[in-house]
Design a protein around this ligand. Sequence first.
Ligand SMILES: Cc1cc2nc3c(=O)[nH]c(=O)nc-3n(C[C@H](O)[C@H](O)[C@H](O)COP(=O)(O)O)c2cc1C
Length: 169
Amino acid sequence: VTTDDTDAERAFDALVRDLDAAMVVVTTAAEGERSGCLVGFHSQCGIEPRRYAVWLSRINHTFGLAGRAHTFAVHLLDEGDTDLAELFGGRSGDELDKFSRCTWAPGPDGVPMLAGVRAGFVGRRVSFTDVGADHHCLVLDPVNAWRDGDPSRMLTLRGAHGIEAGHPE
Ligand SMILES: Cc1cc2nc3c(=O)[nH]c(=O)nc-3n(C[C@H](O)[C@H](O)[C@H](O)COP(=O)(O)O)c2cc1C
């Protein structure tokens, strides 16, 4: 949001804030490299077959690797997962190795699975599309979902609003 924004843009930003999207961390690996970032732009986008869309910013380190990767893990964060949200949303793989600062294990196709995250899924890339915006649309085929224990409160935009993106807009 800048001082140049129009009233219409500010009204749009306010209503999207009201949606209070859930926060997820998307990780991936290719050719021995790993990457991952906090994502608020994501949604199921197909029923039969099931499909899930994740939007990645062109400027992120994760974007560069995503173009070469086939398997992704989408981690659903709980309210208590603020350390992960800050690491993956507030820092960039261009400046540090996030995976040396958290606990993880290789999952299917070597995708990094973050320890202690209660729910999520692994998905394989179906498409990665430039729609003419600053984020590209990564569509995943969910192959393997996990959900441990009772659902607790998810971390949403409201809980993550203090995090300044590691790669600014
Ligand atoms: C609340 C919040 C939501 C975000 N949503 C997205 C998103 O939907 N897609 C995206 O590519 N980056 C999103 N980001 C930005 C990245 O998570 C952030 O710039 C990160 O540091 C990029 O890391 P990387 O350069 O290692 O990929 C979001 C950041 C925050 C704080």
